[in-house]
Design a protein around this ligand. Structure first.
Ligand SMILES: Nc1ncnc2c1ncn2[C@@H]1O[C@H](COP(=O)(O)OP(=O)(O)OP(=O)(O)O)[C@@H](O)[C@H]1O
Length: 231
C-alpha cells in the first residue's frame, strides 16, 4: 500500500496539567490513513474527537506521540513549518461553515487559492468546478447569508479543497443539518473526496453515515479502536 497521508502514533493529550481536575483526553491514540481511504471517527460527546482532529490538522500540539503528514513528522515542528504544511496539505471542515460573510461563495473559494500563489484565472475556474461538482454552481455569486444551510456547508467543503489538499479532516460536517439535508450534503462530500482520491478522517455521531465510509474507528478511553470495515 502507498505511504500513509496521515500517521498518528501514540498521541497523548490532557488539559489542566498537574491540577486536581486534570483531564487525560488522549492516551496513546494511533491511526494510519492512506490515499483514497475514508475513515469514520465515532465516539460519545466529550470523548476527544475534536481534540484528535485538531492535533491531526496541526491546529494543536500533542503532549506526546508522532503526527506525520505526508511522511514528515510535524507534531513538534516549528510553527512556520506546521502552518505551511497545514495550508498545502490539509483541508478542514467544521460543523458550522465559517464562510466569510462579506464575500460570495466563489470568492470564499478563490481567496485561499490567491493566498497560495494561484493565478486569479485558475483560482476562478477551480472554484467554479468545485461548486458545480457539489450542485451549487448557480449560487456562486451569492453571499452565504442568501444560501440555505446545506448550500453553505457544500461551499465550505469546496473551500476546504480549494488548495488541493491530500488530507481532509472533518468534524461533524453535517451535524448542524436536518437528517434529509445531511444525507444529501454528505453524498456531495463523499463525491468530492472519492473523486479526488483524498485521504479523509471524518468525525460523526451518525452511524448510518459512518457505515458508508471504508473503515470505522471508535475513540474509546483515549485510544482508537477498530470498529470494523464497512461494506
Ligand atoms: N481547551 C481545553 N481546556 C480544557 N479542557 C478541554 C479543552 N478542550 C477540550 N477539553 C476537554 O476535553 C474533552 C474532549 O473534548 P473534545 O471537544 O475533543 O470532545 P468531542 O469528542 O469532540 O466532543 P463533542 O462530540 O461534544 O464535540 C472534554 O472533556 C473537554 O471538556
Amino acid at each position: 500500500m502507498s505511504e500513509a497521508v496521515l500517521r498518528l502514533d501514540g498521541i497523548e493529550k490532557g488539559y489542566n496539567h498537574g491540577k486536581p481536575n486534570e483531564i487525560r483526553v488522549l492516551r496513546g491514540a494511533s491511526v494510519l490513513v492512506h490515499p483514497g481511504e475514508v475513515v469514520a471517527l465515532v465516539a460519545p460527546s466529550g470523548a476527544g474527537k475534536s481534540t484528535l482532529l485538531h492535533i491531526a490538522g496541526l491546529l494543536d500540539t500533542p503532549d506526546a506521540g508522532v503526527v506525520e503528514i505526508g511522511g514528515v513528522d510535524l507534531g513538534r515542528a516549528p510553527d512556520r513549518a506546521r502552518t505551511t504544511a497545514r495550508r498545502a496539505q490539509i483541508g478542514f471542515i467544521y460543523q458550522f461553515h465559517h464562510l466569510l460573510p462579506e464575500f460570495t461563495a466563489a470568492e470564499n473559494i478563490i481567496l485561499p487559492q490567491l493566498a497560495h500563489g494561484i493565478s486569479r484565472g485558475a483560482a476562478e475556474a477551480h472554484a467554479q468546478e468545485l461548486l458545480e461538482s457539489v450542485g451549487v454552481g448557480p449560487r456562486s455569486g451569492h453571499r452565504p447569508a442568501a444560501m440555505s444551510g446545506g448550500e453553505q456547508q457544500r461551499v465550505a467543503f469546496c473551500r476546504a479543497l480549494a488548495n488541493r489538499p491530500a488530507l481532509l479532516l472533518a468534524d461533524e460536517p453535517t451535524g448542524n443539518l436536518d437528517p434529509e439535508t445531511s444525507e444529501r450534503v454528505f453524498g456531495a462530500l463523499m463525491g468530492l473526496v472519492r473523486g479526488r482520491g483524498l485521504a479523509a478522517l471524518i468525525a460523526t455521531h451518525n452511524m448510518e453515515l459512518a457505515a458508508r465510509m471504508d473503515r470505522v474507528l471508535r475513540l474509546d478511553n483515549g485510544v482508537l479502536v477498530d470498529a470494523g470495515v464497512t461494506t
